[in-house]
Design a protein around this ligand. Structure first.
Ligand SMILES: [Zn+2]
Length: 225
């Protein structure tokens, strides 16, 4: 299962947070299409009222029966992937459900193979994946950064401007289309890599969620709860 939130804060239109993640996920869904048939179904979701406290995803998750919860091998979250001064972060909150480390590694390996030197970020459950990890469902995600200030070391490996926030318009009125670097979306490795990472990891799990250090099987997930 993969998801992104469609709403924004009252202060602004929220093109990076989270038009970017919503658009990236829609693009992955369109490119995957309905063929060829894959072993694992992929459920795509666009949430409402995330900014008000994960209202939409919580309502959805709490309506799942235990059997329906077990049907979800993992949940992938895409919240901000077009930051104007981007970073390459993979969720690494401590204490996420068993199997989440596999998700973290899948994203990290993608960026590492492209020389992008990903870093872990503790998102503290503050996006829709928190509604799933609360049920014990393994989860992970990527984020290009919000209010974090880019360090010299990060600018050296990722480009962009050191000493500046990754998204100076985070939760502000200026998070409009001008806050998304259009050149970057089209050509720059930065934004393209985030969309490609989403596609790669979603499609990989559609083929199999198992393997060495894989996401736990349905029986294991049931036993853990
Ligand atoms: Zn967001």
């Amino acid at each position: 299962m993969a998801g992104a939130h469609l709403d924004s804060v009252d202060a602004g239109p929220g093109m990076n947070d989270n038009g970017s993640g919503s658009a990236a996920l829609l693009e992955v869904a369109l490119k995957m299409g309905s063929r060829p048939k894959l072993p694992n179904a992929v459920r795509f979701t666009w949430w409402g009222a995330e900014e008000a406290g994960l209202i939409g995803s919580r309502a959805y998750a709490s309506a799942l029966s235990f059997e329906q919860q077990l049907d979800i091998a993992l949940y992938l979250n895409f919240d901000m992937v077009g930051s104007p001064n981007p970073g390459y972060f993979v969720y690494n909150d401590p204490g996420l459900p068993h199997g989440s480390k596999h998700v973290e590694k899948a994203f990290s390996d993608f960026y590492t193979a492209r020389g992008l030197g990903p870093e872990g970020l503790n998102v503290r459950g503050a996006s829709d994946y928190g509604s799933f990890t609360a049920l014990g469902i393994p989860a992970g995600g990527i984020i290009s950064g919000g209010g974090e200030v880019k360090t010299e070391a990060q600018a050296a490996k990722w480009g962009g401007t050191a000493g500046m926030e990754m998204d100076p318009c985070y939760h502000r009125a200026c998070d409009h289309l001008g806050n998304i670097n259009r050149e970057a979306l089209g050509r720059n490795v930065a934004a393209a890599a985030h969309v490609a990472a989403a596609a790669h990891v979603i499609a990989s799990y559609a083929v199999t969620t198992e393997g060495v250090n894989g996401v736990p099987s349905r029986q294991e997930r049931a036993a853990l709860r």
